[in-house]
Design a protein around this ligand. Structure first.
Ligand code: NAD
Length: 358
């Protein structure tokens, strides 16, 4: 356990996202000074709005592919920054790869320069379409390196390799956690993941969209449980990788039925083609987390779902559910934004060229 004789300073990269914002809340409740760094590419200002103005909280709008402009001393760096929903990383494939590679390296350099402990938020997606079930940390995975999901899966696998290289070569103080499907308040209703889609559809009485026959399984962890696991991992002396997730496994069809019932909805399920490389099964083996961190999930699915549905009811009634602009901080993404603009121009040039050929 890391013990400090001063107020710890934690920097949460991706802190305005779904998981990152709950982590900021937990760290503040543990007495940390918190700096949230986020480009808001997929996160939302609304997630940390309640923290703005506190003397122990700061928001820095930047992209971690640039240098991270935060002054020390820094004790902990949590790297949560990355598009995480398939919808987002399909839309932003190069940004996703660059965030996992250039961004993770910038984040490691930043942590190392400050002598801070570094937590890497990796993912169960490193296991790909698993041949071992439930997934244990010693399993190396089965990932399609050129499929549409590879921009996320391989970025995270590269991040893990980079973290281990910094640890071995530079003696950096690091821990890798592999997060399994997590849910809870502050998921974006429009982020395309199964749960926000099911709840939004059930609450509005629309058909529930199931990809495939719904027999594929997932294991859903409530966000409050997850962030406690992240905190325990960061303050332990472990290096991981350690799985964090809820081992209670459910079929997607069964999960959709639970959501419909808890929403008191009459929505019917409709079945659509399964996306490429969508994993058939997912369940964490959490023996390591239990043994090394004394962690296991506490929140039952019915309880977590009830809290999430209550949040979505409120959120969907908001006049601007996509609100994501930080009023005071008009995200300055500097050179990266300029590079993206150049890329956009290249894309429109290519589209014009393709149109001229047709
Ligand atoms: P999210 O999209 O809500 O949060 C990610 C945050 O990172 C967003 O606020 C986004 O704006 C920010 N970000 C992305 N790229 C950035 C960049 N280059 N520079 C600065 N900020 C950037 O996603 P989430 O569900 O909260 O996921 C958080 C982390 O946990 C991700 O790294 C994800 O891979 C990991 N994870 C999440 C889950 C899950 O079920 N939610 C599962 C496995 C792993």
């Amino acid at each position: 356990m890391h013990r400090l004789d001063h107020t710890p300073h934690s920097v949460v990269l991706g802190g305005a996202g779904f998981v990152g914002s709950h982590l900021c809340d937990l760290l503040l409740s543990e007495g940390h000074q918190v700096t949230c760094v986020d480009s808001l590419v997929t996160g939302r200002a609304a997630n940390v709005e309640h923290l703005l103005g506190r003397s122990d909280f700061e928001f820095v709008a930047t992209d971690i592919r640039n240098d991270i402009p935060v002054d020390g001393p820094v004790d902990f760096v949590y790297n949560m920054a990355s598009p995480a929903s398939p919808k987002h990383y399909f839309e932003l494939p190069i940004l996703t790869l660059e965030t996992g590679s250039i961004g993770t390296q910038k984040a490691l350099d930043f942590a190392h320069a400050h002598g801070a402990r570094f937590l890497m938020a990796s993912t169960s997606e490193v296991y790909g379409e698993p041949e071992i079930h439930p997934q244990v940390e010693t399993y190396w995975g089965n990932v399609n390196p050129i499929g549409v999901r590879s921009v996320y899966d391989e970025a995270k696998r590269y991040s893990e390799a980079l973290v281990m290289a910094y640890r071995r070569e530079l003696d950096a103080d690091t821990v890798i956690v592999r997060i399994f499907n997590t849910y809870g308040p502050r998921m974006r209703p429009d982020d395309g993941r199964a749960l926000p889609a099911f709840i939004s559809q059930a609450l509005s009485g629309d058909p529930i969209t199931i990809h495939g026959d719904g027999s594929q399984t997932r294991s859903f962890c409530y966000v409050e449980d997850l962030v406690r696991g992240l905190y325990l991992a960061a303050t332990s002396g472990e290096c991981g990788p350690i799985n964090l997730g809820n081992p209670s496994e459910v079929s997607i069809k069964g999960f959709a039925a639970e959501v419909v019932e808890l929403c008191g909805s009459t929505s019917q399920m409709t079945f659509h083609p399964r996306p490429q490389d969508d994993p058939t099964v997912r369940r964490p083996d959490i023996t390591q987390a239990r043994k090394k961190l004394g962690w296991e999930p506490r929140v039952e699915r019915a309880d977590g779902l009830a809290r999430t549905i209550a949040y979505f009811r409120e959120e969907l009634s908001h006049p601007d559910p996509t609100r994501r602009v930080m009023p005071a901080a008009a995200a300055d993404r500097g050179p990266v934004r300029a590079a993206e603009r150049r890329a956009e121009t290249r894309t429109s040039r290519r589209n014009r060229r393709d149109a001229a050929r047709r």
